[in-house]
Design a protein around this ligand. Structure first.
Ligand SMILES: *Cc1c(COP(=O)(O)O)cnc(C)c1O
Length: 521
C-alpha cells in the first residue's frame, strides 16, 4: 500500500473497516434500536401512499464514496422502515405473511455471518447433511416411512427426499418438472431431448395437467416455464365447499384417455390461497392410481397440519401423493424465502438432477445437483431451529389455535347483520363481505345488487389499508357458475391474534363505512 497517495490511503482504510473482524458496535446498536421500534407498534403502516413513496425513491445515482453509517441509517429510518407493512401485527389478518418466532432474528445473524452456500459440500460441509436431515424429518412427518428407509436413503446421495427452495412457486415448479419427466421417462430423456421429442416418441400430440379452478397461479406459471403450456392446465370446477368436483375430474381423465391426451399430473390443493379450501386428497389419489397419473399436492399453506391430531384429517391422502409442496415461510413460521418440496419416492428427485464437473460432481452429496436453483443460503438453519424449538406439539398448538380463532370470527360474522360470510372456514382462511344497509335481509341479490355491494367492499378495503390500523385482503369469489363477487379475505396465522383482535378489525370496518357514508351524504 506504500505507493498509494494520502487520499487513496484514507479511502482504502475507510473501505477496509467494513471488512474488519469485529462488528461495529454503534452500527449494531442502532439496528437493534430500529428493530425495537419496528416491533413496538401494532399499527399496520404509515399513511404515505405509493405515489409519495415512488417520489422518495427516484434518485438513481450510486454514491461515489460510501456514506457515513449514520447518514445511511438516518435514510433507512426516515424513508424505509416506518413505511413498511407490519406483517406481525395481530390486526394484520389478511395475508399469509405473519409474525415470526423471536429466535429467527439471532439465527438470521448467524446465517449471514457464516455465509455458507449449500449448493455444494465444499462451501457448506455440515449444513449439507443438516439440510438432508431436515428434509427427512419433514418427509417422515408426511409419509411416515420406517427408520431403516431413512437410514438407507440418507446414505445414498444419488436421490433426494426433497428440496429446500426459495418458495412455494419454486417447489411447485420442481414437482411439475418431476411429473413431466416421470411418465415420459421410459421413452426419452426429456431434460436432454426436450419435451416435444419425448411426447412424440411416446406417441402423444398433447399433454395436460389437471387441477381445480382454485389451483395457485404458480401451477400455471410452471406450465409456461416447463414448456407444458399454460393452456394445457385443465381447470376443473369446484363444488359448493370449494373442493374439486370429483365427477368432473373423472370425466376429464376418461376423456383424455379416449382422445390419447397425455396427462402429466393431477394437482390437488391443500389450503387454497383464495379461500382456504382443501381438496379431497384420498379420492384424488384413487383416481391418480386408477389412471396411472402422477399426483402432486400443493400444500404450501396447509402442509403443517400434519402436526395437528385435531385437523390432520384435512390432509388425509397426502401420504399417497408423489410429491408435496409445503411453504416454510407460511405456517412453519420461517422467514420469507423458504419453500419445500418432498418426494414420496426418493427416485423421483433423480429425474431433475444436473451435474457439472467443476462444481457438482456425480454421486457427491452436493445438494446443488437437484433442482433449478444454484447458490443457496443455509436457510435450513431456520427450519431446523423451528422444528427443534417448537416441536410437533408446538406446531399443533399454534395451528389448532388459529383455526379456532378463524371459526370464532366466522361465527361472529354469521350472526351479525351487516356482514355476510361467503364461505365457511375449513381451517383458518375464509371470505366475507360487508352488506350495505339497503341490501340487508334480502335472500337473493341481483347482478346489479352484487356490483353495488362489490363497490362498497373495494372502497372499504382500500380505505382500511390506507388508514393503517387493521387489515384484511380482498379477492374475487365465485358464488355460482356465472357470478363472482368481491370477498374480504381473512387469514388467521399470527399466534397473538385473538378473537378480540378480530372483533376490533370488524369494528374498524364499521367505522370506516360510517365515515364513507357520511362523506358521501
Ligand atoms: C403461497 C402459495 C404458493 C406459492 O408460494 P410462494 O412461496 O409465494 O412462491 C403456491 N401454492 C399455494 C397453495 C400457496 O398458498
Amino acid at each position: 500500500m506504500s505507493n498509494l497517495g494520502t487520499v487513496e490511503k484514507a479511502y482504502h482504510e475507510s473501505v477496509m473497516t467494513h471488512f474488519e473482524n469485529k462488528t461495529n458496535a454503534t452500527f449494531s446498536e442502532r439496528i437493534e434500536a430500529l428493530i425495537h421500534e419496528f416491533l413496538s407498534t401494532d399499527r399496520i403502516t404509515s399513511e404515505l401512499n405509493n405515489d409519495e413513496l415512488n417520489k422518495i425513491f427516484s434518485q438513481v445515482s450510486i454514491p461515489e464514496e460510501g456514506l457515513e453509517e449514520s447518514d445511511y441509517l438516518q435514510g433507512m429510518t426516515e424513508h424505509v422502515i416506518g413505511h413498511t407493512i407490519n406483517t406481525g401485527s395481530p390486526y394484520f389478518i389478511g395475508h399469509m405473511t405473519t409474525l415470526l418466532p423471536s429466535f429467527m432474528r439471532p439465527i438470521s445473524k448467524l446465517i449471514a455471518t457464516m455465509n455458507q452456500n449449500v449448493v455444494k459440500v465444499e462451501t457448506s460441509k455440515s449444513l449439507t447433511f443438516y439440510e438432508k436431515q431436515a428434509l427427512a424429518m419433514l418427509h417422515k412427518a408426511v409419509y411416515n416411512q420406517n427408520d431403516d428407509y431413512y437410514k438407507t436413503v440418507l446414505s445414498d446421495h444419488s436421490s433426494p427426499l426433497g428440496l429446500i427452495t426459495s418458495g412455494g412457486t419454486l417447489a411447485n415448479i420442481a414437482a411439475l418438472q418431476c411429473a413431466r419427466n416421470h411418465s415420459l421417462a421410459p421413452f426419452a430423456d426429456i431434460e436432454q431431448e426436450g419435451f416435444f421429442a419425448a411426447l412424440n416418441k411416446a406417441g402423444f400430440t398433447q399433454s395436460v395437467v389437471i387441477g381445480s379452478s382454485l389451483a395457485h397461479y404458480s401451477i400455471e406459471k410452471s406450465m409456461g416455464l416447463l414448456g407444458l403450456g399454460k393452456q394445457n392446465l385443465l381447470s376443473i370446477p369446484v363444488d359448493k365447499n370449494q373442493k374439486i368436483d370429483l365427477m368432473a375430474l373423472r370425466e376429464t381423465l376418461v376423456n383424455c384417455a379416449n382422445q390419447r391426451i397425455h396427462v402429466s399430473a393431477i394437482v390437488g390443493v391443500a389450503g387454497s390461497t383464495e379461500c382456504g379450501s382443501f381438496d379431497p386428497l384420498s379420492e384424488m389419489a384413487d383416481l391418480a392410481e386408477e389412471f396411472g397419473v402422477y399426483f402432486h399436492v400443493d400444500a404450501a399453506w396447509g402442509g403443517p397440519l400434519v402436526f395437528s391430531d385435531q385437523h390432520r384429517n384435512l390432509l388425509s391422502g397426502v401420504e399417497r401423493a408423489d410429491s408435496v409442496t409445503i411453504d416454510g415461510h407460511k405456517q412453519l413460521y420461517l422467514p420469507m424465502g423458504i419453500g419445500i418440496v418432498l418426494f414420496k419416492n426418493h427416485e423421483t428427485g433423480r429425474l431433475i438432477t444436473n451435474e457439472a464437473n467443476y462444481i457438482i460432481r456425480a454421486a457427491s452429496p452436493d445438494l446443488g445437483r437437484m433442482g433449478v436453483e444454484g447458490s443457496r443460503p443455509a436457510n435450513v438453519c431456520y427450519l431446523q431451529a423451528a422444528l427443534c424449538l417448537i416441536g410437533k406439539k408446538g406446531y399443533a398448538h399454534l395451528l389448532d389455535n388459529s383455526i379456532k380463532t378463524a371459526h370464532q370470527m366466522a361465527s361472529d360474522i354469521q350472526s351479525s347483520l351487516d356482514f355476510e360470510l361467503l364461505n365457511e372456514p375449513q381451517a383458518n382462511i375464509f371470505l366475507y363481505r360487508f352488506i350495505p344497509e339497503a341490501y340487508r335481509g334480502l335472500t337473493q341479490y341481483s347482478v346489479d345488487d352484487n356490483q353495488e355491494i362489490d363497490r362498497y367492499n373495494i372502497q372499504l378495503q382500500e380505505l382500511q389499508l390506507s388508514r393503517g390500523a387493521t387489515f384484511v385482503s380482498r379477492t374475487l369469489f365465485k358464488i355460482d357458475s356465472e357470478q363472482s363477487v368481491v370477498g374480504l379475505r381473512v387469514v388467521i396465522a399470527n399466534p397473538l391474534t385473538t378473537v378480540m383482535h378480530c372483533r376490533a378489525v370488524l369494528e374498524d370496518q364499521r367505522n370506516i363505512v360510517r365515515s364513507l357514508e357520511s362523506s358521501q351524504a
